[in-house]
Design a protein around this ligand. Structure first.
Ligand SMILES: [Zn+2]
Length: 87
């Protein structure tokens, strides 16, 4: 979760700052875990071919490089946006 200004609780600025600092670290880890889990669900188990360009991989994985990973992610984001817009 991201820390946002809470209009119902305007007094706890320092608490919020400490919390935000703690959350930032925890959030980064949790975010990475969530992302990995979401990726696993979306992509399935790692395989031997790039999911984006279908190139053969030299080790078990999902993408041949960060370019394909980024392009794939962009595509997923676009799909998600389209779903949201139409739905
Ligand atoms: Zn690729």
């Amino acid at each position: 979760m991201y820390v946002r200004d809470d209009p119902n609780n305007p007094g706890d600025v320092i608490d919020q700052a400490n919390e935000a600092a703690a959350l930032f670290l925890g959030d980064a880890l949790a975010g990475a875990k969530r992302k990995a889990e979401a990726e696993r669900l979306a992509l399935g188990e790692p395989g031997w071919h790039c999911l984006f360009c279908d190139a053969e991989l030299i080790e078990l994985g999902r993408f041949c490089g960060t370019d394909c990973s980024a392009d794939w992610q962009r595509e997923q984001d676009a799909k998600r946006r389209n779903i949201k817009v139409s739905g």
